[in-house]
Write a protein that binds this ligand. Structure first.
Ligand code: CUA
Length: 399
């Protein structure tokens, strides 16, 4: 082989082995690891996938070993005449039965637990499950909750985005839908993937065992910013979840402080042809509910509802963190809490301002330099720096 160019087959094999080794070896901080299950559904998949991988691995080693061994053992020797054929064999009943029966048994052995797992994962969620409507859109996820938050006998609605907030230890019944193209919802530590298909409702059960964050992302190619359509399941202790839900349905309060009030006016004039804030009042008369203009220029018809925006941890479809890292926040002598001061200081202001300044520069919304009718997401509104400062001051009040 020395001095000869490697065949395309050899190159492909080497590349494959290299990719496999790098995939296995390099990821130390990898929250999206299907081999690190946390929720019961993910464990079910894990307990099926591992034995199947082992069986497939044993078959691979045996078959490849036999193939290589036979090729070496029966290779042509130098003193053989090149035209001489080895003895031709035809019809060996025992061999044919053996190589039919063994794979059949292996496949049946793999199929039985697979079918049971598939049916088990598709079981209806228990009656005490919390239902959340999930909407995939280019390129972010919306979550809607409809339940009686404050026990007054009436169903309350919570609309949020990016962070799926759930109570830990409680079954969650997701109803996954799409408002434009096909997406796929996947938080590997909790369950397998489920496609979001326009016109369909796909159920998916998850359960976060402990408080904490479970990371995922859209896993069906859905256009330019598909890779920036992130998922974060934020699991809270049940009492904290209840407090979160109660805060979400608190009525809107118009800001009184000058900068925030100016930002509120800018928001009403510039942002409300797309964005909504539940219960928002008219900036010119706080006794009146604001009348929203028609949603314009949106394929999906919806953009993130910004009610209680500051209770989220991410924005722009999860591309940016809304909060500074805890250590940076601590260095400022603050913690992110439901106080205006903590939020104002620990806000990832730089990223949020950059976003308001020129969204398509922060996240790809259209191919090429110039927006077109095919553009998605937030356009550049060419806001002034003062308007941006005021808008941020207003957004900080949404807590
Ligand atoms: Cu949504 Cu990929």
């Amino acid at each position: 082989m020395t001095g000869r160019a490697r065949s395309p087959f050899t190159k492909a094999a080497l590349l494959g082995v290299g990719l496999m080794l790098s995939a296995v070896g390099c990821a130390s901080n990898a929250p999206q690891d299907t081999f690190k299950p946390k929720g019961p559904q993910a464990f079910q998949i894990f307990h099926l996938a591992v034995p199947v991988f082992i069986i497939a691995g044993v078959v691979l080693v045996l078959v490849m070993g036999l193939a290589v061994g036979i090729a070496v053992k029966f290779r042509a020797s130098k003193d053989e005449h090149p035209d001489e054929f080895p003895a031709q064999v035809h019809g060996n009943f025992k061999a044919e039965i053996t190589w039919t029966i063994i794979p059949l048994l292996i496949l049946v052995g793999v199929a039985i637990p697979t079918v049971f797992t598939v049916f088990d994962l598709a079981k209806k969620p228990p009656a005490d499950a919390l239902t959340v409507e999930v909407y995939g859109q280019q390129w972010w996820w919306e979550y809607r909750y409809n339940f009686d938050v404050d026990n007054d006998g009436k169903v309350d609605q919570i609309i949020t985005a990016n962070d799926l907030v759930v109570p830990a230890g409680r079954p969650i019944a997701l109803r996954i839908k799409s408002r434009d193209v096909i997406h796929s919802w996947w938080a590997p530590a909790l369950n397998g993937k489920k496609d979001a298909v326009p016109g369909r409702v796909h159920p998916l059960s998850i359960e976060a065992p402990d408080p904490g964050e479970y990371i995922g992302q859209c896993t069906e190619f859905c256009g330019l910013s598909h890779a920036e359509m992130r998922i974060k399941v934020v699991a809270m202790k049940p009492a904290e979840f209840q407090a979160w839900a109660e805060n979400q349905i608190q009525p809107f309060q118009a800001p009184t402080e000058a900068g925030a009030a100016a930002g509120f006016s800018t928001f009403a004039s510039q942002c409300t042809s797309c964005h909504r804030i539940t219960g928002m009042t008219d900036p010119t008369d706080s006794s009146k509910t604001f009348v929203y203009p028609k949603v314009v220029n949106q394929v999906s018809g919806e953009v993130p509802n910004l009610t209680k925006f500051m209770t989220r941890t991410m924005f722009a479809g999860g591309k940016f963190n809304l909060r500074l890292p805890t250590t940076e926040c601590k260095a400022l002598g603050e913690t992110w809490a439901s106080t205006k001061d903590g939020i104002a200081k620990c806000l990832n202001r730089e990223a949020l301002e950059a976003w308001l300044r020129n969204p398509p520069a922060e996240k790809a919304m259209h191919p090429g330099e110039v927006p077109s009718p095919e553009s998605r997401g937030m356009p550049n509104f060419h806001l002034t720096e003062d308007q941006i400062d005021d808008l941020v001051a207003f957004l900080i009040t949404l807590q």
